[in-house]
Design a protein around this ligand. Structure first.
Ligand SMILES: *Cc1c(COP(=O)(O)O)cnc(C)c1O
Length: 378
């Protein structure tokens, strides 16, 4: 099987066979009772996966994660509003770009490669800039840095700002408790830890943010919450409603995948991601490879690892049987590689990936031994 390569990039990831089987079913009418049930169920399950309140509003829309980012900002920001962007890399910079395009006066805090700004720095920036919206990337996929969303959401709320979390590389892998942490908008895309092929944007919106959105006219038809709200409400009530054709096959697959996430249980899922990440980190340490994120900031959904001396950016292409990613952050693009470890990732995947990387580096197995040792400790 020459093309049997394990996909270990930070999205798209490996998808479960029953999710792919749901994708491959005959396409139903978007008004078919069976599809209405799948869409309604996917919306209910999204709320549970995000650990969001029962009065929060889920949106499942055809598009990628970037559409989810654009949609969140389009509905919450008006011309001239102050906005604060917590900057931990490439995807935070994209959020700042989106904020600016919707007319916000954007201030960024942070921006140092591999670092995240402290809560004190964020509070100081909030006090100076008085933002109506604070955005934060939970895991910046370009750096592997994870932010402390719980603390950031708390200080933002204390200063009456809405909190938008780009959870594209976190929801379904990293601990994110939308209701308990007071996150106003959490958003992701199907192809990352939600385990569904690319093509769906998923957002869950708090009542506070829905109220803000209601008072706003959005200069785009497709992005306007007001256009989609009757659709989402109708399908959740198991009734059809047409505004723009939903991605029928993808929604069916998402429902199956979210069902699997909830069957595993969110707490068990968070613990498994932690365990797999610990095993990878043990391997990197044993191989004396340096991580891009500063100590204590490394995410559980991917690793960003500097190449050792004498290894260049052609390295990912030389890892046999496993697809890993190169760098993405413009300051260090050619200096590191990335391994995604989210979704269905197993202990066997960890060992196979570490082994393939180790062989490509001409090493003898210190990494594999360390990964094993880590996986054996409970
Ligand atoms: C992948 C990713 C995005 C962009 O998602 P697309 O589906 O590629 O548009 C945004 N933010 C983060 C943190 C991501 O990992």
């Amino acid at each position: 099987m020459a093309d049997r390569r394990l996909l270990m990039i930070p999205g798209p990831i490996e998808f479960e066979p029953d999710v792919l089987a749901a994708m491959g079913e005959r396409t139903r009418s978007h008004l078919d009772p069976a599809f209405i049930e799948q869409f309604g169920s996917a919306l209910e399950r999204s709320r549970k996966v995000f650990l969001a309140s029962s009065d929060s509003q889920p949106f499942v829309i055809a598009g990628s994660g970037t559409l989810a980012m654009d949609m969140a900002i389009a509905n919450l920001v008006s011309e001239g509003d102050a906005a604060l962007c917590v900057d931990t890399g490439y995807f935070s910079a994209r959020m700042a770009d989106i904020l600016g395009r919707w007319g916000a006066r954007v201030q960024s805090v942070g921006g140092k490669l591999g670092e995240a700004p402290s809560t004190d720095e964020i509070v100081a920036a909030i006090k100076a800039h008085r933002p109506k919206v604070v955005t934060v990337t939970h895991v910046d996929t370009s750096t592997g840095v994870r932010t402390d969303v719980e603390s950031i959401a708390r200080v933002a709320r204390e200063h009456e700002a809405l909190v938008v979390v780009d959870g594209v590389c976190s929801v379904g892998g990293e601990v994110l408790r939308q209701e308990a942490w007071g996150v106003d908008v959490a958003l992701t895309a199907s192809q990352k830890a939600l385990g569904t092929p690319p093509g769906l944007a998923v957002l869950v919106v708090s009542p506070r943010a829905m109220a803000r959105a209601k008072s706003k006219k959005v200069a785009s038809v497709y992005l306007d919450f007001a256009q989609w709200l009757p659709v989402m409400e109708a399908y959740e009530a198991r009734k059809p409603f047409y505004f723009a054709t939903p991605a029928v096959n993808l929604v069916a697959a998402l429902d199956v995948s979210l069902g699997k996430l909830l069957a595993e249980g969110m707490e068990a899922r968070f613990a498994r991601h932690q365990q797999m990440a610990n095993a990878f980190r043990a391997a990197w340490r044993a191989m004396e490879l340096e991580l891009l994120p500063r100590e204590g900031l490394a995410a559980n959904t991917l690793s960003a690892v500097y190449y050792p001396e004498g290894v260049d950016a052609t390295f990912p292409g030389r890892v046999s049987g496993i697809v890993i990613a190169g760098g993405l952050h413009p300051e260090a693009r050619t200096k590191y590689f990335r391994v995604g470890h989210m979704g269905a990732v197993s202990a066997n995947d960890v060992v196979a990936t570490v082994s393939a990387i180790e062989r490509a580096l001409g090493r003898r197995g210190e990494g594999v031994a360390a990964a094993h040792a880590s996986l054996l400790t409970k």
